[in-house]
Design a binder for this molecule. Structure first.
Ligand code: PDD
Length: 285
């Protein structure tokens, strides 16, 4: 596997970072995950914009010639991932410096690391839907930044695995925020409801696309917090991410959502999402 590290493409076994890297010592870094379909990097520019925003919010200065979209494309090429599905991961940390909480001396080079690997799509699960459980959202108050500091997300995902579920839906002060690695939405009274943008959720790219698709499909949308105690009244539910795409949730905390099968609006959204990918691909070709 060829990875990218600080300006070079090299075999993974030859890529080394300093143990003093602030990504390692403080989780002081940000990242993106991009889904590739036969080499086509879906929403590559939106991921690049979000990474730039994450860096800017944390005052991480990228290298002068940093071009996330170009690195992602080259990782696909270098790893011969032009057919089938793949994911590209790109991470930027504040670089290696003697340990100290405050920012390191100016001029400290950020560390840029990226890799691409084949992706086994959860296509079968998308047909039948997945189970979710709820748990308290124990993250910090800047969930809008795609930081590599993911310990609460890791614990929440393991909580799902331990419960025999696929995702943990996080609840803060009685309201659903998002999944441990996904956005969450549900259908109530024919309205697609998802948490509003702000500091409590990641501005998901899949969420953004699905919002637009709902408008196209004449599905009413509301960006409102869903009280967790109203989840039982949801007709349909779904989790959204670049890797999961539009994943129906058919059970939450052991209780069926709707009739326990992916619902009609979820199906329409799934179909429209696939069409969107194909159109985007044709447009970029
Ligand atoms: N996670 N919310 C959280 C907390 C996430 O980690 C993710 C994505 C999303 C969905 O964002 P998007 O639609 O832009 O992928 C929402 C990625 C896939 C990950 O960490 O692997």
């Amino acid at each position: 596997m060829q990875v990218y590290l600080n300006g070079q493409y090299l075999p993974e076994g030859e890529a080394f970072i300093s143990p003093a890297d602030r990504g390692f010592v403080f989780a002081d870094g940000v990242y993106e995950v991009i889904h590739a379909y036969d080499g086509f990097l879906f929403c590559n520019d939106l991921h690049a914009n979000r990474l730039a925003r994450s860096m800017s919010e944390l005052r991480i200065e990228p290298p002068a010639d940093f071009d996330m979209a170009a690195i992602a494309a080259e990782l696909i090429r270098a790893n011969e991932l032009q057919s089938g599905e793949a994911t590209v991961y790109i991470q930027v940390t504040r670089g290696a410096a003697p340990r100290g909480h405050a920012f390191p001396a100016s001029g400290t080079q950020p560390t840029v690391y990226g890799f691409a690997k084949p992706f086994e799509s959860p296509a079968e699960l998308r047909k039948i839907g997945c189970k979710a459980v709820t748990a308290p959202d124990e993250r910090w108050l800047r969930c809008d930044i795609k930081s590599v500091s993911l310990l609460p997300n890791v614990m929440a995902k393991q909580n799902a695995v331990d419960a025999g579920a696929y995702e943990t839906v996080l609840v803060r002060e009685g309201n659903v925020t998002e999944g441990s690695s996904s956005n969450f939405a549900a259908i109530f009274d024919n309205e697609w409801v998802t948490a509003p943008l702000g500091n409590l959720i990641l501005p998901g790219i899949t969420r953004e696309i699905v919002l637009k698709l709902c408008e196209k499909l004449s599905i009413r949308v509301a960006e409102n917090f869903i009280p967790s105690d109203s989840l039982g009244g949801a007709k349909e539910a779904m989790i959204l991410s670049s890797t999961m795409e539009v994943m129906p949730v058919t059970e939450i905390d052991g209780k069926s959502v709707g009739n326990g099968r992916p619902g009609p609006q979820t199906r329409r959204i799934q179909e429209a999402f696939q069409q969107w990918i194909q159109q985007d691909r044709a447009f970029q070709a």
